[in-house]
Design a protein around this ligand. Structure first.
Ligand code: NAP
Length: 326
């Protein structure tokens, strides 16, 4: 039987709730501790999801010798600090995306993982999703020829509130790091790092970017057209265009993938999953620990660094600044 691991939550917010619901589905995951800046919040969270312990500070939690893996679910601007806190206490880390605010911070996190010989992975759940695996299969098979265009959008309408994470510059706000990261992830995964980046961004008087359009150019002649926004809604589709056809997916849907080959449409199913999909990344972390790995072979930290280097380059082009980090 696989080893059982004690999981702890660092930051009991919205995504931590969704993650905990999925974590419960895994027989080798023990929901062990919830930690929050407030003991009441930690207790409420622990009661709601069945965590055994509740801590009113993150420091207390990392000092518990029985914690094996920490899921970091705080705003991006704290990911560096909280990752270092956990790694320095030899706790394996699954840290939410965006991995940090910039590549300088990601490099510090990777260094700490190596120095402490302790596992670190970005919680970039998309890479483990059956929908994404199916698309990857098609791209790799080259049955549609070479990939020439990646068109990918992620938008939703979020009411402006400078105190909330999405619009609070001190918490790493803006659509780019929150949701623009997904279209960029897709282009990086399938086309690599671009050689040229152009952007148009809307930046509010508070300094927060709320909408951005990006154009990436690649050495092999491929192009990516990517958008993200908190100002409007769209279908949130990704379309990959090849020499002999295209694939179209809706990232938020379980509908089959549309593939068009030589002018003919077909619908491709992909495997169903039990939860929202967060259980897949959590399960992978435990598989890595079963194999004494400090890095995932599927989502290596070098990939997360590449992703952040593109985000840095986009921000430079669009003049998006995080005052306490740049
Ligand atoms: N993978 C995904 O699908 C997905 C989806 C949504 C968000 N995310 C990522 O998850 C992270 C958290 O997002 P969220 O939507 O869950 O945020 P959230 O609801 O605002 O929660 C963040 C939590 O972080 C803690 N925190 C610590 N210092 C804080 C501070 N100064 N201000 C506010 N909160 C602070 C708080 O927990 P305590 O009060 O309990 O300490 C808070 O509840 C972000 O990096 C985001 O990009 C990922």
């Amino acid at each position: 039987m696989a080893e059982k691991y004690n999981w702890a939550i660092l930051g009991c917010g919205k995504i931590a709730k969704k993650f905990s619901t999925d974590l419960k589905l895994l027989p080798n995951a023990n929901l062990y501790a919830a930690s929050s800046r407030s003991l009441k919040n930690a207790k409420d969270f622990a009661n709601e999801f069945g965590y055994e312990k509740a801590y009113g500070s993150y420091h207390e939690m990392v000092n518990d010798p029985d914690v094996d893996i920490v899921y970091i679910a705080t705003p991006h601007s704290f990911h560096l600090e909280h990752t270092l806190l956990c790694l320095d206490h030899k706790k394996a880390v699954l840290c939410e995306k965006a991995f940090a605010i910039n590549s300088k911070e990601v490099k510090q996190m990777i260094k700490a993982s190596k120095e402490n010989n302790t596992f670190l992975m970005e919680a970039f759940w998309t890479i483990f999703q059956p929908q994404f695996l199916k698309i990857s299969e098609i791209v790799k098979s080259k049955e549609l020829g070479e990939l020439k265009f990646v068109k990918s959008d992620f938008m939703f309408n979020a009411d402006f509130d400078p105190n909330k994470r999405l619009y609070n510059i001190d918490l790493g706000a803006g659509s780019l790091l929150d949701i623009g990261i997904y279209p960029i992830f897709t282009s990086l995964y399938f086309l690599g790092k671009p050689n040229e980046i152009k952007t148009i961004a809307n930046i509010r008087s508070t300094g927060v970017e709320d909408s951005i359009a990006m154009l990436f150019n690649y050495d092999n002649g491929a192009i990516a057209v990517l958008t993200s926004s908190f100002e409007s809604s769209c279908k949130n589709e990704t379309e990959l265009c090849f020499e002999k056809g295209f694939i179209k997916v809706d990232r938020n849907s379980v509908d089959p993938i549309l593939m068009n080959k030589n002018g003919n449409d077909q619908l491709l199913d992909f495997d169903a999953i039990l939860g929202r999909g967060y259980e897949l990344e959590a399960s992978h972390v435990m598989e890595c620990l079963d194999n004494n790995l400090i890095e995932s072979p599927i989502l290596p930290n070098s990939f997360s660094l590449d992703l952040m280097e593109i985000l840095d380059a986009v921000r430079k082009e669009a003049n998006i600044i995080f005052p306490n980090h740049d």
